[in-house]
Ligand binder design. Structure first.
Ligand SMILES: Cc1ncc(COP(=O)(O)O)c(C=O)c1O
Length: 461
């Protein structure tokens, strides 16, 4: 039998591989810009890739070569400055570096017993986010994997709270629970509803794309008895529209209902002076999320989930078992207790380190610079004969049309740019019609880059 420790020994071969990996990571971090790269059909990948997961292994050097030569180029660099589709990512180098440290540190971020130091730092960030939103002392939560998990976990806590309060009042629960959200809300909310087996009351938005308290009143009508939460969106994915949070909070107060804000992409806008006012009312919500991997310049994957009253999140989510009692039967802050998860990476640390390195002021400036680029390119689009701005950007998403173009024209234009490795700008849809969309969350996405894209739309008819 060979040595069972052979994978865990720090021998010369592993030391050499370690240096190669650090070199790879160092080189990748310093690419400015990185190659855009793109996905590849499975059959092509299969044809290029040898079997890698084998009984005896292929060796780290070979695996790294395959990653660098085949697998990485078949995965888009979502931090490319001309990647403006979906919601891109633009981690600071400090945050990426610290992600490596988190991996190397083997910290269990689920319990204070095991991860106190890391959790202390993560909680500093959560407290800072809560304070920026105006939530009272004591607000807090946890970093979860992404906005989908954050929304689900908040809604589970909201329903738990509603059921608990009904039980205390000696009342029975409704035949079906539901939550309220705008028709523009992210798909993760419909998914949460399916997972929780609850219904969604969809609220129409106004001409400005925003959901208001008055529209909620109208949509819910006599059904308040079955509503356990209202979800306002703090920056829709397609347009970056922020619901009228202040009026939503007022309506929720009238009906003693939980308000959650899905700010996965957009809530970072509260850090920039020009977009902060869009979030008026956020101080009155019961929970919110914001994803550091979207507009807070951190690597995948993380979502800050914050509760006004974390004890509700804790009561809703703590898992109980004899082997967990030592962790859970304490007053200490166990991040696992606040969401749908148990084992967890201390995924808030990359943002913590980058904030500590650069200061909050640098974040405010970077986010404001994204807003300014969005407004500048919107102004240019508005004045262009061949383009039509669909609406003024509220945050850093700009949606527009190329006049006279069909879906095929948009697809051909975006395919050509993508094939050439120049840009990832895929058509989206608004009211069933194709549109183009720039999602600007990368400080390297300059006005010049967007101007070039806008200019290239002139060439074709
Ligand atoms: C508004 C909004 N909410 C939720 C999500 C889901 O976040 P995640 O992809 O991190 O699960 C997104 C993703 O784009 C989003 O834009």
């Amino acid at each position: 039998m060979t040595n069972p420790l052979r994978m865990h020994i720090h021998d010369d071969a592993m030391a050499a591989l370690r240096e190669r990996i650090f070199d790879y990571a160092r080189d990748r971090m310093q690419l400015d810009p990185p190659p855009l790269d793109k996905g590849m059909p499975f059959t092509e990948l299969r044809a290029m890739m040898p079997d890698t997961v084998t009984e005896s292994g292929i060796g780290g050097n070979k695996a790294l070569d395959l990653f660098g030569e085949i697998l990485a180029p078949a995965s888009m660099s979502t931090d490319h400055p001309a990647m403006v589709s979906f919601i891109p990512v633009a981690p600071t180098e400090a945050s990426i570096l610290f992600d490596l440290v988190v991996s190397a540190s083997c910290i269990f971020g689920g319990s204070w017993l095991e991860g106190a130091g890391a959790i202390y730092a993560e909680n500093e960030v959560l407290k800072f986010l809560a304070t920026e939103a105006g939530l009272p002392e004591g607000a807090g939560g946890v970093f979860v994997q992404g906005g989908t998990n954050g929304n689900l976990s908040a809604l589970v806590a909201a329903r738990f709270d509603a059921e608990h309060r009904l039980a205390q009042a000696g009342k029975s629960r409704p035949a079906r629970w539901c939550f309220v959200a705008s028709e523009e809300a992210h798909s993760s909310l419909a998914h949460s509803a399916r997972v929780m087996d609850v219904d969604v009351i969809k609220v129409p938005v106004g001409d400005d794309g925003r959901m208001t308290g008055a529209a909620i009143e109208k949509a819910v009508a006599g059904a308040w008895g079955s509503v356990f939460a209202i979800v306002a969106t703090g920056g829709t994915t397609n347009f970056g529209i922020v619901d009228d949070i202040a009026s939503v909070v007022e309506t929720a107060k009238d009906h003693d209902t939980w308000v959650h804000v899905d700010g996965a992409y957009g809530l970072a806008g509260m850090f920039a002076p020009s977009t902060k006012p869009h979030f008026d009312g956020i101080a009155g919500v019961d929970s919110f999320i914001v994803d550091p991997h979207k507009w807070l310049y951190a690597p995948y994957d993380s979502c800050a989930l914050i509760y006004r009253n974390p004890s509700i999140g804790r009561a809703a989510h703590t898992q109980h078992a004899s082997y967990l009692d030592v962790l859970t039967d304490t007053d200490e802050w166990n991040p696992s207790d606040f969401a749908v998860h148990l084992s967890r990476r201390a995924r808030g640390l990359p943002l913590w380190f980058s904030l500590a390195t650069h200061g909050v002021g640098a974040y405010r400036e970077a986010i404001e610079s994204n807003n300014i680029v969005a407004r500048d390119i919107a102004a240019i689009i508005r004045e262009s004969d061949h383009l039509e701005l669909v609406r003024e950007p509220m945050l850093s998403v700009v949606v527009f049309r190329r006049t006279g173009w069909t879906q095929d024209d948009y697809t051909a234009w975006s395919d050509e740019l993508w094939e050439a490795g120049k840009a990832a700008c895929f058509p989206s849809k608004f009211q069933g019609e194709p549109v183009l969309r720039f999602a600007i969350v990368n400080p390297r996405t300059t006005l010049d880059i967007l101007l070039e894209l806008v200019e290239s739309l002139k060439d074709k008819s």
